[in-house]
Design a binder for this molecule. Structure first.
Ligand code: URA
Length: 231
């Protein structure tokens, strides 16, 4: 399968096992359609979700899926697990095909989980270089101190990875409840950050990823497709 996104001539040459020169006459004759429209340019860029046909033959037809799920506590953010229940058990099997999780949550965390089969879209949200904000409501055991707010903003050293966390915003909503905004997603990041202050996390709920907010109409365990605007 060719790399994505890819030039149309490259896609056709690879898929049909012909050389690129042989692609031109097919396009000139109007035999190739992209999403139902005749394509004439070799250098048109297609994605893995562009429907490509050659006369009556379908060369590629894969639908992109983008879902939001209200993750309940106690389920793994994974597509498979030999021993434990995963969030996939909340989706109909017809939707399982090729889905991956866009930014995991810990087993006991709740809230917004995105799933998709579009790897480029997921990378654009989750790769650290893109600095997409993720917001969490966090309940902790002890009162949150101003030192903690400052440390979140300045970054905390994680000796295991030998990194300093990027500036995070910690807004105190109640003595033991905060809104935390991160632009990265390291393993157990929020728990480890509060752990530095010996303040165990009792509950962690993700409310947004970038501009995508958890739909308040979704109860825990429910999902829906993202709207075009959200995508
Ligand atoms: N940070 C954590 O510690 N856990 C999560 O699930 C998400 C962020």
């Amino acid at each position: 399968m060719p790399a994505y996104n890819t030039r149309l001539d490259r896609f056709l040459a690879t898929t049909l096992h012909i050389n690129r020169k042989a692609v031109k006459p097919l396009l000139a004759a109007g035999k190739v359609c992209l999403d139902g429209k005749i394509a004439r340019d070799c250098d048109t860029i297609i994605t893995r979700f562009t429907r490509v046909t050659l006369e009556e033959q379908v060369l590629q037809d894969q639908q992109a899926h983008y879902l939001m799920l209200h993750k309940p506590a106690g389920m793994l953010s994974a597509t498979k697990d030999a021993a434990q229940l995963t969030v996939m058990s909340l989706l109909p099997t017809a939707l399982h095909l090729n889905l991956h999780i866009v930014g995991r949550l810990d087993k006991n965390s709740t809230g917004l989980l995105l799933l998709s089969n579009d790897g480029e879209w997921s990378n654009s949200l989750m790769s650290p270089g893109h600095h997409v904000e993720k917001t969490y409501l966090v309940r902790v055991k002890h009162e949150i101190t101003p030192e903690c707010v400052e440390a979140f903003a300045n970054g905390i050293h994680f000796p295991f990875e030998d990194i300093v966390t990027l500036p995070a915003h910690l807004q105190i909503l109640e003595p033991t409840l905060a809104r935390v905004t991160l632009i990265e997603g390291r393993y157990h990041q929020i728990k480890r950050m509060f752990g530095r202050f010996r303040n165990p996390v009792l509950g962690l709920h993700r409310t947004s990823i970038g501009k995508i907010q958890l739909d308040p109409n979704l109860a825990a365990g429910q999902y829906r497709a993202l709207t075009l605007q959200e995508i």
